[in-house]
Design a protein around this ligand. Structure first.
Ligand code: GLN
Length: 473
């Protein structure tokens, strides 16, 4: 597939046009969207206007941005002004945001063409897109299997070559896990690196927006475009976007890499084999390999399933039938709230709201929420200690390749376990990338995860690039 970098270069030089690239994207969508259910909404008209504007600039000899004419897909929890935004929930039915997320404004300013909004697990709660109120997305590599989640639609869009790049959000693994299951590069950036203004909040102390791409360089470029301080997000780091693309080929020579036992254990044999093979590649490229144990990471899942639902129960209180989307009329306001939320939210969202409300309730707060916060602090310290010994860490992204529909959907615990390796990074507020490396017996891709301290994105992309090169990409 043509990379975003080369499309932008060719659009800028006039060798191709943004409009031609958009037509290709729309054709690919028309060919498979009914089968795969990737896009919940296509903004053909808006995309055509954006593409035309890029082409007019090129013709007028005006500068165009680094993503000129590159088709991009947006996870449907990112607000785009005037474009329906649902979070894959009935509760937002019919709502059109009056403003755009900062990341959306930035990709458009960089010349990208936003073709539409992609399917996700309802309110980003899930690991397979099966909790979407609008039906699951299918994995383009094997439609009998899930694409992962919650950003399954954004991953599938790139895997099916419907768009060149896409944006997702990662609260506990929702970029890295679907990237792994769809054979893509996906990064969860350092907390605060990317503005979340206009991202519909799930768990505010964990949520981060990040890129999907078919290759490392495109992911680095897209992250560079969206990162950097935004006064509209109080959690945004007060610094400009880092230089990432320029460092993609820096290699790993002289780097110390920690192989984390707990971030591999319990994974399928073929996944373990892929991680070991990746470790060998890094060693051959000049990295020093250190075996490490970070036992605290084992507590991540339990802490996450208290903290994330607690924050979600508070964040989702705003969907009350008054301000947004769906309203089910009833005799008084309380009855209207109840009827709206009963009809508007799906089972997994209700489960999270109940878990979170319970964890925060008087009498249980210290035992659950307070305890989870302590575990989180321990995790932060444990990672900090590890990064005194090594530069970055390696482990699996997911325990298995893409699983079949229904395989985990009636067992929440089995589903939650698919994020066991990705959650610790979110709790620590640090960065991690998933890069495709090797395939399972089924022929499906395996994702290897590289984890680093805050602001280590450039180093992680460089490590991922070493693995990509070793596979001949
Ligand atoms: N699968 C995890 C959950 O269900 C993570 C989701 C996410 O990162 N948005 O909460």
């Amino acid at each position: 597939m043509t990379s975003a970098i080369s499309i932008a270069r060719e659009v800028a030089s006039g060798a191709t046009s943004a409009e031609a690239q958009l037509e290709k994207s729309l054709e690919a969508i028309a060919a498979r969207n009914d089968e795969l259910n990737v896009f919940l909404y296509l903004d053909e008209e808006g995309a055509r206007a954006q593409a035309r504007a890029v082409d007019e600039k090129v013709r007028a000899g005006e500068p165009v941005g680094p993503l000129a004419g590159v088709p991009i897909a947006l996870k449907d929890n990112l607000c785009q002004r005037g474009v329906p935004t649902t979070c894959s929930s009935r509760i937002l039915e019919g709502w059109r945001p009056p403003y755009s997320a900062t990341v959306v404004e930035r990709v458009l300013a960089a010349g990208a063409v936003a073709v539409g909004k992609t399917n996700l697990d309802e309110f980003a709660m899930g690991s397979s897109t099966e909790t979407s109120a609008f039906g699951p997305t299918r994995n383009p590599l094997d439609p009998s299997r899930v694409p992962g989640g919650s950003s399954g639609g954004s991953a599938a869009a790139v895997a099916a070559q419907m768009t060149t790049i896409s944006l997702g959000s990662d609260t506990g693994g929702s970029i890295r896990q679907p990237a792994a299951l769809c054979g893509l590069v996906g990064m969860k950036p350092t907390y605060g690196l990317v503005s979340r203004y206009g991202l519909i909040a799930f768990s505010s102390s964990l949520d981060q927006i990040g890129p999907f791409a078919a290759n490392v360089a495109d992911a680095a470029l897209l992250l560079e475009v969206i990162a950097g301080h935004d006064p509209k997000d109080s959690t945004s780091l007060p610094e400009p976007s880092p230089s990432l693309l320029a460092h993609v080929n820096d290699g790993v020579a002289g780097k110390r890499v920690g192989v984390v036992r707990e971030l591999i254990e319990g994974a399928d044999d073929e996944v373990v084999a892929a991680v070991n093979a990746a470790v060998a590649v890094l060693r051959d490229a000049g990295a020093e390999i250190v075996e490490l144990s970070i036992p605290e990471t084992r507590l991540g899942l339990s802490a996450y399933y208290l903290l994330a639902p607690a924050e979600a129960s508070s964040n989702l209180a705003r969907f009350d039938g008054v301000r947004y989307g769906l309203r089910v009329d009833a005799e008084d306001v309380t009855a209207m709230n109840e009827a709206t939320r009963t009809l508007g939210f799906g089972a997994e969202v209700k489960r999270r709201i109940m878990l979170g409300t319970y964890a925060l309730s008087a009498g249980y707060y210290d035992a659950y929420y307070g305890q989870a916060l302590k575990v989180r602090t321990q995790m932060i310290h444990a990672f900090r200690e590890a990064y005194q010994k090594v530069d970055f860490l390696i482990g699996a992204t997911t325990p298995s390749v893409a699983f079949k529909f229904g395989e985990k959907s009636d067992n929440p615990m089995a589903m939650y376990l698919s994020d066991v390796f990705t959650i610790p990074t979110n709790l620590a507020g640090e960065a991690a990338v998933s890069v495709p490396f090797g395939h399972g017996a089924s022929g499906l891709p395996i994702g290897v995860q590289l984890l680093g301290p805050g602001r280590s994105e450039a180093m992680l992309f460089a490590g991922a690039r070493v693995l990509e090169v070793a596979e001949g990409r």
